[in-house]
Design a protein around this ligand. Sequence first.
Ligand SMILES: NC(=O)c1ccc[n+]([C@@H]2O[C@H](COP(=O)([O-])OP(=O)(O)OC[C@H]3O[C@@H](n4cnc5c(N)ncnc54)[C@H](OP(=O)(O)O)[C@@H]3O)[C@@H](O)[C@H]2O)c1
Length: 179
Amino acid sequence: VTRTRFYTAATIDGFIADPDDGLDWLMQSDSGGIDTFGPFFADVGAFVMGSSTYEWMLAHAEMVNWTVAYAGIPCWVFTHRELPGVPGADIRFVRGEVRPVHEQMVAAAGGRDIWLVGGGELAGAFVDEGLLDELILSVAPATLGAGKPLLPRRLPPSRLTLRSVQQIGQFAHLTYTLT
Ligand SMILES: NC(=O)c1ccc[n+]([C@@H]2O[C@H](COP(=O)([O-])OP(=O)(O)OC[C@H]3O[C@@H](n4cnc5c(N)ncnc54)[C@H](OP(=O)(O)O)[C@@H]3O)[C@@H](O)[C@H]2O)c1
């Protein structure tokens, strides 16, 4: 059964990027050489992101070689604009409601998981529709005071269950399920 999983890094005070979309705080954090993303992505059959995240990836192509890192896995990008694709990558530009897009992704994933990359408002739209199953959070040893929020929604403790806690270098790696 396909799980929809919001896998992201965040600061202690709940930001996934600084106000200018910077991730220096993340790059400077020590993961102890332990790769949690590789094993996570091995189970992913489709992934989805908002346009700011996509544009960050395009601007940092030297760090993320799309057709190597995400080979053969379709990606949906939410945007109201015309954005360039990535040669050799299966990228589908969509807008509006998340539910019909999620249905397409489940079909494409073929029983594997969906990775919700971010940002927070898009994750919130999935939460609003009851479509998010897990939040997997790598908390970096940093605060920002301001930036792009992790999940700008109100979720009471009754809706989140902590399933695992791991120390990954200086990161706290937390897995929650949502109901
Ligand atoms: N720490 C991490 O691991 C991590 C993970 C993910 C992202 N990030 C970073 O965090 C930042 C996130 O940026 P963000 O909060 O602005 O979020 P985002 O979701 O990446 O981008 C938001 C934009 O996506 C488009 N969009 C979102 N929902 C849409 C919908 N339903 N229909 C049509 N378009 C829609 C809109 O742009 P347009 O319509 O104008 O295109 C919106 O302004 C980025 O800098 C990213 O690189 C960090």
